[in-house]
Write a protein of this length. Sequence first.
Length: 117
Amino acid sequence: MKTVLIVDDAAFMRVTLKTLLERNNFKVSGEAVNGIEGIKKYIEVKPDIVTMDITMPEMDGVTALKEIIKINPNAKVIMISAMGQESMVKEAVLSGAVGFLVKPFKEEAVIKSLENL
């Protein structure tokens, strides 16, 4: 069973992702509300996959992604963004993200993306 770290400042989004992932045989090994917490949790729980929101307080997802890639160049991080953040998504992919999902997302799209990793 693959483990997932969810990094998102919106509690509703974390709950939604956790429910959807656990329903599809993924184990949520941790949650974080910003990039700084996300990096700390990544080191602590060593997840197989990270879902990373882009826009968050204190440290955005692209900056956190870059730090996680420094820690583990093979980290599998999927960025999650709202519409209209195409330039940030491009920067994230160039910085090492393995994919991205656009909010609002469909359950099938999330699961397919994570299963393909």
